[in-house]
Design a protein around this ligand. Structure first.
Ligand code: TRH
Length: 395
Protein backbone atom coordinates (compact mmCIF):
# COMPACT_ATOMS: atom_id res chain seq x y z
CA UNK A 1 0.00 0.00 0.00
CA UNK A 2 1.00 3.68 -0.23
CA UNK A 3 3.30 5.53 2.14
CA UNK A 4 2.25 5.51 5.80
CA UNK A 5 -0.39 8.11 6.62
CA UNK A 6 -0.92 9.52 10.06
CA UNK A 7 -4.03 9.23 12.18
CA UNK A 8 -4.92 10.79 15.50
CA UNK A 9 -2.85 9.02 18.17
CA UNK A 10 -4.57 6.43 20.34
CA UNK A 11 -4.31 6.18 24.09
CA UNK A 12 -2.86 3.14 25.85
CA UNK A 13 -3.66 2.26 29.45
CA UNK A 14 -0.15 1.30 30.38
CA UNK A 15 1.09 4.76 29.41
CA UNK A 16 -1.60 7.18 30.47
CA UNK A 17 -4.70 5.41 31.73
CA UNK A 18 -5.64 2.65 34.15
CA UNK A 19 -6.45 -0.79 32.75
CA UNK A 20 -10.11 -1.59 33.41
CA UNK A 21 -12.21 -4.75 33.70
CA UNK A 22 -15.07 -4.78 31.16
CA UNK A 23 -18.20 -6.91 30.76
CA UNK A 24 -19.44 -6.75 27.16
CA UNK A 25 -22.89 -8.24 26.44
CA UNK A 26 -23.99 -9.40 23.00
CA UNK A 27 -27.10 -11.12 21.70
CA UNK A 28 -26.94 -12.28 18.11
CA UNK A 29 -30.10 -11.26 16.23
CA UNK A 30 -29.13 -12.53 12.81
CA UNK A 31 -26.13 -12.36 10.47
CA UNK A 32 -22.75 -11.50 11.93
CA UNK A 33 -22.83 -7.77 12.71
CA UNK A 34 -23.66 -7.91 16.44
CA UNK A 35 -20.93 -10.37 17.30
CA UNK A 36 -18.62 -8.81 14.69
CA UNK A 37 -18.73 -5.35 16.28
CA UNK A 38 -18.71 -6.65 19.87
CA UNK A 39 -15.75 -8.88 19.15
CA UNK A 40 -13.79 -6.10 17.47
CA UNK A 41 -14.38 -3.87 20.50
CA UNK A 42 -13.31 -6.63 22.92
CA UNK A 43 -10.15 -7.43 20.95
CA UNK A 44 -9.29 -3.75 20.59
CA UNK A 45 -9.74 -3.11 24.34
CA UNK A 46 -7.61 -6.15 25.17
CA UNK A 47 -4.85 -5.06 22.79
CA UNK A 48 -4.70 -1.79 24.78
CA UNK A 49 -4.18 -3.64 28.07
CA UNK A 50 -7.77 -3.91 29.35
CA UNK A 51 -9.38 -7.18 30.50
CA UNK A 52 -12.67 -8.15 28.91
CA UNK A 53 -15.40 -10.74 29.56
CA UNK A 54 -17.67 -11.21 26.55
CA UNK A 55 -21.11 -12.64 27.38
CA UNK A 56 -22.74 -13.91 24.19
CA UNK A 57 -25.77 -16.09 23.44
CA UNK A 58 -24.34 -17.54 20.20
CA UNK A 59 -20.57 -17.54 19.95
CA UNK A 60 -20.39 -19.93 16.98
CA UNK A 61 -19.20 -17.27 14.49
CA UNK A 62 -16.14 -16.63 16.65
CA UNK A 63 -14.76 -19.99 15.54
CA UNK A 64 -13.83 -18.46 12.18
CA UNK A 65 -13.96 -14.74 13.01
CA UNK A 66 -11.45 -14.97 15.85
CA UNK A 67 -9.72 -18.38 15.81
CA UNK A 68 -8.61 -19.37 19.31
CA UNK A 69 -11.01 -17.07 21.15
CA UNK A 70 -13.46 -19.80 22.15
CA UNK A 71 -10.65 -22.02 23.40
CA UNK A 72 -9.52 -19.19 25.71
CA UNK A 73 -6.43 -18.41 23.67
CA UNK A 74 -7.08 -14.72 23.08
CA UNK A 75 -5.01 -12.60 25.46
CA UNK A 76 -7.22 -10.37 27.57
CA UNK A 77 -10.61 -11.67 26.41
CA UNK A 78 -12.64 -14.48 28.00
CA UNK A 79 -15.77 -15.63 26.17
CA UNK A 80 -18.69 -16.64 28.44
CA UNK A 81 -22.04 -18.14 27.55
CA UNK A 82 -25.04 -15.90 28.02
CA UNK A 83 -26.71 -18.43 30.29
CA UNK A 84 -23.80 -18.16 32.73
CA UNK A 85 -24.65 -14.48 33.19
CA UNK A 86 -27.64 -15.56 35.27
CA UNK A 87 -26.01 -18.48 37.07
CA UNK A 88 -25.72 -17.90 40.83
CA UNK A 89 -22.48 -19.89 41.33
CA UNK A 90 -20.80 -18.12 38.39
CA UNK A 91 -21.93 -14.70 39.62
CA UNK A 92 -20.82 -15.38 43.19
CA UNK A 93 -17.24 -15.92 42.01
CA UNK A 94 -17.12 -13.01 39.56
CA UNK A 95 -14.87 -10.03 40.30
CA UNK A 96 -16.93 -6.86 39.72
CA UNK A 97 -16.24 -5.09 36.43
CA UNK A 98 -15.56 -1.37 36.06
CA UNK A 99 -17.66 -1.13 32.90
CA UNK A 100 -20.72 -2.85 31.44
CA UNK A 101 -21.29 -2.51 27.69
CA UNK A 102 -24.71 -3.58 26.42
CA UNK A 103 -24.32 -4.21 22.70
CA UNK A 104 -27.22 -2.80 20.65
CA UNK A 105 -29.79 -2.63 23.43
CA UNK A 106 -29.49 -6.28 24.41
CA UNK A 107 -30.69 -6.43 27.98
CA UNK A 108 -28.34 -7.66 30.67
CA UNK A 109 -29.82 -10.56 32.67
CA UNK A 110 -31.67 -9.30 35.78
CA UNK A 111 -29.74 -11.83 37.89
CA UNK A 112 -26.46 -10.30 36.73
CA UNK A 113 -27.61 -6.81 37.70
CA UNK A 114 -29.02 -8.00 41.01
CA UNK A 115 -25.82 -9.85 41.89
CA UNK A 116 -23.90 -6.59 41.54
CA UNK A 117 -26.47 -4.34 43.17
CA UNK A 118 -26.97 -6.59 46.22
CA UNK A 119 -23.34 -7.58 46.61
CA UNK A 120 -21.47 -6.49 49.68
CA UNK A 121 -17.92 -5.28 49.87
CA UNK A 122 -15.12 -6.84 51.96
CA UNK A 123 -16.46 -4.97 54.99
CA UNK A 124 -19.85 -6.63 54.63
CA UNK A 125 -21.42 -3.23 53.87
CA UNK A 126 -23.42 -2.66 50.73
CA UNK A 127 -21.46 0.30 49.43
CA UNK A 128 -20.82 -1.10 45.96
CA UNK A 129 -19.81 1.41 43.31
CA UNK A 130 -21.99 0.92 40.21
CA UNK A 131 -20.19 0.11 36.97
CA UNK A 132 -20.10 2.67 34.20
CA UNK A 133 -22.96 1.31 32.14
CA UNK A 134 -22.83 1.89 28.39
CA UNK A 135 -25.45 1.15 25.78
CA UNK A 136 -23.48 0.79 22.54
CA UNK A 137 -25.73 1.65 19.60
CA UNK A 138 -25.84 0.90 15.88
CA UNK A 139 -23.86 2.96 13.39
CA UNK A 140 -25.61 5.65 11.40
CA UNK A 141 -24.68 8.93 9.72
CA UNK A 142 -28.12 10.41 10.52
CA UNK A 143 -28.15 13.63 12.55
CA UNK A 144 -30.09 12.18 15.52
CA UNK A 145 -26.87 10.36 16.42
CA UNK A 146 -25.15 13.64 17.33
CA UNK A 147 -28.08 14.57 19.59
CA UNK A 148 -28.31 11.20 21.32
CA UNK A 149 -24.63 10.37 21.68
CA UNK A 150 -23.54 10.33 25.33
CA UNK A 151 -27.02 11.00 26.75
CA UNK A 152 -27.79 9.53 30.17
CA UNK A 153 -30.66 7.12 30.71
CA UNK A 154 -31.52 6.76 34.40
CA UNK A 155 -32.47 3.25 35.55
CA UNK A 156 -35.93 3.74 37.08
CA UNK A 157 -36.73 0.29 38.46
CA UNK A 158 -35.25 -2.94 39.72
CA UNK A 159 -32.17 -3.54 41.81
CA UNK A 160 -30.12 -0.99 39.85
CA UNK A 161 -32.69 1.80 40.42
CA UNK A 162 -30.85 5.10 40.67
CA UNK A 163 -27.96 4.00 38.49
CA UNK A 164 -27.45 5.54 35.06
CA UNK A 165 -26.78 4.05 31.64
CA UNK A 166 -25.24 6.15 28.87
CA UNK A 167 -25.87 5.88 25.15
CA UNK A 168 -22.74 5.58 23.07
CA UNK A 169 -23.21 6.07 19.33
CA UNK A 170 -20.59 5.24 16.73
CA UNK A 171 -20.53 7.81 13.97
CA UNK A 172 -18.72 9.76 11.34
CA UNK A 173 -17.86 13.06 13.04
CA UNK A 174 -16.44 14.34 16.30
CA UNK A 175 -19.88 14.91 17.86
CA UNK A 176 -20.32 11.11 17.86
CA UNK A 177 -18.40 8.14 19.21
CA UNK A 178 -16.39 7.65 15.99
CA UNK A 179 -15.47 4.36 14.34
CA UNK A 180 -13.61 1.29 15.53
CA UNK A 181 -10.03 1.54 14.31
CA UNK A 182 -7.25 -0.45 15.95
CA UNK A 183 -4.04 1.44 16.77
CA UNK A 184 -2.03 -0.78 14.39
CA UNK A 185 -4.43 -0.65 11.43
CA UNK A 186 -2.41 1.76 9.27
CA UNK A 187 0.82 -0.06 9.98
CA UNK A 188 -0.83 -3.38 9.03
CA UNK A 189 -2.11 -1.85 5.80
CA UNK A 190 1.31 -0.49 5.04
CA UNK A 191 2.92 -3.92 5.52
CA UNK A 192 0.24 -5.77 3.53
CA UNK A 193 1.50 -7.82 0.59
CA UNK A 194 -1.48 -8.37 -1.69
CA UNK A 195 -0.06 -11.10 -3.91
CA UNK A 196 1.27 -13.20 -1.04
CA UNK A 197 -2.05 -12.98 0.71
CA UNK A 198 -4.05 -13.87 -2.40
CA UNK A 199 -1.91 -16.99 -2.87
CA UNK A 200 -2.63 -17.93 0.75
CA UNK A 201 -6.35 -18.04 0.02
CA UNK A 202 -5.81 -19.99 -3.20
CA UNK A 203 -6.23 -17.13 -5.69
CA UNK A 204 -3.34 -16.83 -8.17
CA UNK A 205 -2.65 -13.09 -8.60
CA UNK A 206 -2.79 -11.89 -12.22
CA UNK A 207 -1.62 -8.43 -13.25
CA UNK A 208 -4.47 -8.00 -15.74
CA UNK A 209 -7.24 -9.04 -13.35
CA UNK A 210 -9.52 -6.72 -11.37
CA UNK A 211 -10.79 -8.17 -8.12
CA UNK A 212 -14.27 -7.54 -6.76
CA UNK A 213 -15.26 -8.77 -3.30
CA UNK A 214 -18.88 -9.68 -2.65
CA UNK A 215 -20.34 -9.73 0.87
CA UNK A 216 -24.07 -9.11 0.53
CA UNK A 217 -27.59 -10.31 1.30
CA UNK A 218 -29.65 -10.81 -1.91
CA UNK A 219 -29.07 -7.57 -3.84
CA UNK A 220 -31.84 -6.97 -6.38
CA UNK A 221 -29.27 -5.75 -8.91
CA UNK A 222 -26.84 -8.66 -8.62
CA UNK A 223 -27.75 -9.67 -12.16
CA UNK A 224 -26.88 -6.16 -13.35
CA UNK A 225 -23.50 -6.29 -11.62
CA UNK A 226 -22.68 -9.63 -13.27
CA UNK A 227 -23.71 -8.26 -16.66
CA UNK A 228 -21.51 -5.22 -16.17
CA UNK A 229 -18.52 -7.22 -14.98
CA UNK A 230 -18.37 -9.39 -18.11
CA UNK A 231 -18.02 -6.19 -20.12
CA UNK A 232 -14.95 -4.92 -18.28
CA UNK A 233 -11.90 -4.80 -20.57
CA UNK A 234 -9.51 -6.22 -17.96
CA UNK A 235 -10.61 -9.54 -16.61
CA UNK A 236 -12.75 -9.28 -13.50
CA UNK A 237 -12.69 -11.91 -10.76
CA UNK A 238 -15.49 -11.99 -8.23
CA UNK A 239 -14.41 -13.16 -4.75
CA UNK A 240 -17.60 -14.35 -3.13
CA UNK A 241 -17.95 -14.75 0.64
CA UNK A 242 -19.75 -17.83 2.00
CA UNK A 243 -23.38 -18.00 3.09
CA UNK A 244 -25.93 -15.58 1.67
CA UNK A 245 -23.57 -14.03 -0.91
CA UNK A 246 -22.61 -17.43 -2.32
CA UNK A 247 -26.24 -18.56 -2.42
CA UNK A 248 -27.28 -15.31 -4.14
CA UNK A 249 -24.57 -15.64 -6.80
CA UNK A 250 -25.41 -19.28 -7.48
CA UNK A 251 -29.09 -18.43 -7.86
CA UNK A 252 -28.30 -15.48 -10.15
CA UNK A 253 -26.01 -17.63 -12.31
CA UNK A 254 -28.61 -20.34 -12.64
CA UNK A 255 -31.16 -17.76 -13.72
CA UNK A 256 -28.79 -16.05 -16.17
CA UNK A 257 -27.56 -19.30 -17.67
CA UNK A 258 -31.12 -20.48 -18.25
CA UNK A 259 -32.12 -17.22 -20.00
CA UNK A 260 -28.93 -16.48 -21.91
CA UNK A 261 -26.45 -19.37 -21.84
CA UNK A 262 -23.79 -17.36 -23.76
CA UNK A 263 -23.61 -14.41 -21.34
CA UNK A 264 -20.19 -15.47 -19.96
CA UNK A 265 -19.22 -17.86 -22.73
CA UNK A 266 -15.75 -16.37 -23.17
CA UNK A 267 -15.27 -16.65 -19.41
CA UNK A 268 -14.66 -12.92 -19.21
CA UNK A 269 -15.76 -13.14 -15.57
CA UNK A 270 -14.09 -15.58 -13.16
CA UNK A 271 -15.66 -16.42 -9.83
CA UNK A 272 -13.94 -17.72 -6.68
CA UNK A 273 -15.99 -18.90 -3.74
CA UNK A 274 -14.16 -18.15 -0.51
CA UNK A 275 -14.19 -19.95 2.83
CA UNK A 276 -15.07 -18.01 5.97
CA UNK A 277 -12.19 -15.71 6.88
CA UNK A 278 -11.01 -14.41 10.23
CA UNK A 279 -11.78 -10.73 10.82
CA UNK A 280 -8.13 -9.97 10.12
CA UNK A 281 -8.29 -11.82 6.80
CA UNK A 282 -11.60 -10.20 5.98
CA UNK A 283 -9.73 -6.88 6.20
CA UNK A 284 -7.09 -8.31 3.88
CA UNK A 285 -9.75 -9.28 1.37
CA UNK A 286 -11.00 -5.68 1.27
CA UNK A 287 -7.47 -4.31 0.94
CA UNK A 288 -6.75 -6.71 -1.94
CA UNK A 289 -9.79 -5.88 -4.08
CA UNK A 290 -10.49 -3.09 -6.57
CA UNK A 291 -14.17 -2.86 -5.68
CA UNK A 292 -15.70 -3.97 -2.38
CA UNK A 293 -19.37 -4.89 -2.15
CA UNK A 294 -20.09 -4.95 1.57
CA UNK A 295 -23.17 -5.08 3.81
CA UNK A 296 -24.40 -4.30 7.32
CA UNK A 297 -22.19 -2.09 9.45
CA UNK A 298 -18.90 -3.55 10.47
CA UNK A 299 -17.82 -4.47 6.94
CA UNK A 300 -18.83 -0.98 5.80
CA UNK A 301 -16.39 0.56 8.28
CA UNK A 302 -13.70 -1.87 7.21
CA UNK A 303 -14.33 -0.99 3.54
CA UNK A 304 -13.92 2.69 4.40
CA UNK A 305 -10.58 1.93 6.01
CA UNK A 306 -9.62 -0.12 2.94
CA UNK A 307 -10.11 3.06 0.91
CA UNK A 308 -11.22 1.25 -2.26
CA UNK A 309 -14.42 1.89 -4.25
CA UNK A 310 -17.33 0.46 -2.27
CA UNK A 311 -20.90 -0.58 -2.88
CA UNK A 312 -22.93 -0.98 0.31
CA UNK A 313 -25.98 -3.14 0.81
CA UNK A 314 -27.61 -1.66 3.87
CA UNK A 315 -29.28 -3.97 6.41
CA UNK A 316 -32.98 -3.71 5.49
CA UNK A 317 -35.48 -2.61 8.15
CA UNK A 318 -39.16 -3.45 7.92
CA UNK A 319 -40.32 0.19 8.22
CA UNK A 320 -37.94 1.25 5.39
CA UNK A 321 -35.96 3.37 7.90
CA UNK A 322 -32.86 2.20 6.08
CA UNK A 323 -33.65 4.48 3.11
CA UNK A 324 -32.88 7.61 5.14
CA UNK A 325 -29.93 5.91 6.74
CA UNK A 326 -28.50 5.12 3.33
CA UNK A 327 -29.02 8.72 2.14
CA UNK A 328 -27.30 10.08 5.24
CA UNK A 329 -24.34 7.80 4.63
CA UNK A 330 -24.04 8.84 0.98
CA UNK A 331 -24.18 12.51 2.03
CA UNK A 332 -21.42 11.90 4.56
CA UNK A 333 -19.40 10.12 1.90
CA UNK A 334 -19.82 12.97 -0.60
CA UNK A 335 -21.18 10.48 -3.16
CA UNK A 336 -21.31 11.37 -6.85
CA UNK A 337 -24.36 10.82 -9.06
CA UNK A 338 -23.14 7.42 -10.31
CA UNK A 339 -22.32 6.24 -6.80
CA UNK A 340 -25.76 7.31 -5.57
CA UNK A 341 -27.49 5.69 -8.51
CA UNK A 342 -25.69 2.39 -8.01
CA UNK A 343 -26.53 2.42 -4.30
CA UNK A 344 -30.19 3.06 -5.09
CA UNK A 345 -30.24 0.21 -7.59
CA UNK A 346 -28.11 -2.17 -5.50
CA UNK A 347 -30.48 -1.69 -2.56
CA UNK A 348 -33.64 -2.02 -4.64
CA UNK A 349 -34.76 1.59 -4.15
CA UNK A 350 -34.66 2.26 -7.89
CA UNK A 351 -35.14 -0.09 -10.82
CA UNK A 352 -32.07 -0.75 -13.00
CA UNK A 353 -32.21 0.23 -16.66
CA UNK A 354 -30.15 -0.66 -19.72
CA UNK A 355 -28.13 2.56 -19.24
CA UNK A 356 -26.79 1.55 -15.80
CA UNK A 357 -23.18 0.95 -16.76
CA UNK A 358 -20.33 0.41 -14.32
CA UNK A 359 -17.35 1.72 -16.25
CA UNK A 360 -13.78 2.18 -15.10
CA UNK A 361 -14.34 5.92 -15.01
CA UNK A 362 -17.00 5.32 -12.37
CA UNK A 363 -14.64 3.19 -10.34
CA UNK A 364 -11.95 5.87 -10.48
CA UNK A 365 -14.45 8.44 -9.32
CA UNK A 366 -15.69 6.16 -6.50
CA UNK A 367 -12.12 5.47 -5.53
CA UNK A 368 -11.38 9.19 -5.07
CA UNK A 369 -14.55 9.60 -3.01
CA UNK A 370 -13.72 6.75 -0.62
CA UNK A 371 -10.14 7.89 -0.40
CA UNK A 372 -11.14 11.42 0.62
CA UNK A 373 -13.72 10.15 3.14
CA UNK A 374 -11.11 7.83 4.63
CA UNK A 375 -8.66 10.72 5.05
CA UNK A 376 -11.34 12.80 6.82
CA UNK A 377 -12.32 9.90 9.08
CA UNK A 378 -8.71 9.19 10.01
CA UNK A 379 -8.63 12.68 11.53
CA UNK A 380 -11.24 11.61 14.10
CA UNK A 381 -10.40 9.78 17.29
CA UNK A 382 -11.29 6.08 17.14
CA UNK A 383 -14.26 4.61 18.99
CA UNK A 384 -12.34 2.60 21.57
CA UNK A 385 -10.13 5.52 22.63
CA UNK A 386 -13.20 7.76 22.91
CA UNK A 387 -15.12 5.15 24.86
CA UNK A 388 -12.29 4.66 27.35
CA UNK A 389 -12.05 8.45 27.87
CA UNK A 390 -15.82 8.66 28.33
CA UNK A 391 -15.80 5.82 30.87
CA UNK A 392 -12.96 7.35 32.86
CA UNK A 393 -14.83 10.65 33.09
CA UNK A 394 -17.96 8.89 34.36
CA UNK A 395 -16.22 6.83 37.06
O1 TRH B 1 -23.46 -9.79 8.88
P1 TRH B 1 -23.98 -8.42 8.72
O2 TRH B 1 -25.01 -8.25 7.72
O3 TRH B 1 -24.49 -7.90 10.11
C1 TRH B 1 -25.74 -7.25 10.31
C2 TRH B 1 -25.55 -5.76 10.36
O4 TRH B 1 -24.53 -5.36 11.24
C3 TRH B 1 -26.83 -5.12 10.76
O5 TRH B 1 -26.68 -3.73 10.82
C4 TRH B 1 -27.27 -5.67 12.08
O6 TRH B 1 -28.39 -5.06 12.49
C5 TRH B 1 -27.48 -7.15 11.89
O7 TRH B 1 -26.25 -7.74 11.53
C6 TRH B 1 -28.00 -7.80 13.13
O8 TRH B 1 -22.77 -7.41 8.32
P2 TRH B 1 -21.60 -6.74 9.16
O9 TRH B 1 -22.12 -5.75 10.11
O10 TRH B 1 -20.64 -6.25 8.18
O11 TRH B 1 -20.94 -7.93 9.97
C7 TRH B 1 -20.22 -8.95 9.35
C8 TRH B 1 -19.05 -9.36 10.22
O12 TRH B 1 -18.52 -10.60 9.76
C9 TRH B 1 -17.91 -8.36 10.19
O13 TRH B 1 -17.34 -8.24 11.47
C10 TRH B 1 -16.90 -9.00 9.24
C11 TRH B 1 -17.11 -10.46 9.57
N1 TRH B 1 -16.67 -11.41 8.57
C12 TRH B 1 -15.51 -12.14 8.81
O14 TRH B 1 -14.84 -11.93 9.84
N2 TRH B 1 -15.12 -13.09 7.91
C13 TRH B 1 -15.81 -13.35 6.76
O15 TRH B 1 -15.41 -14.24 5.97
C14 TRH B 1 -16.99 -12.57 6.51
C15 TRH B 1 -17.77 -12.82 5.25
C16 TRH B 1 -17.39 -11.64 7.44
Amino acid sequence: MAAMESARPDTHPTRTQPALLWDVFCRVIDNFGDIGVCWRLCADLASRGHTVRLWVDDASALQWMAPGALAGNWPGVAVHSWTDSSSAPVLAALPPADVWVEGFGCEIAPEFIAARAYSTGATGQNNIKPPVWINLEYLSAETYVERAHGLPSPVMAGPARGWTKHFYYPGFNQRTGGLLREPDLLERQHQFDRNTWLRQIGVAPQTDERLVSLFCYEPPALDLLLTQLVQWPDRPRLLVTPGRATAAVKAALEHKNSLQPAWNMREALSISYLPTLSQRDFDHLLWACDLNCIRGEDSLVRALWAGKPLLWQIYPQSDAAHHEKLDAFLDMLGASASLRRWHAVWNGLEVPTATDALAHADLENWSQITHMARSRLLELGDLTSGLVDFVLKKR
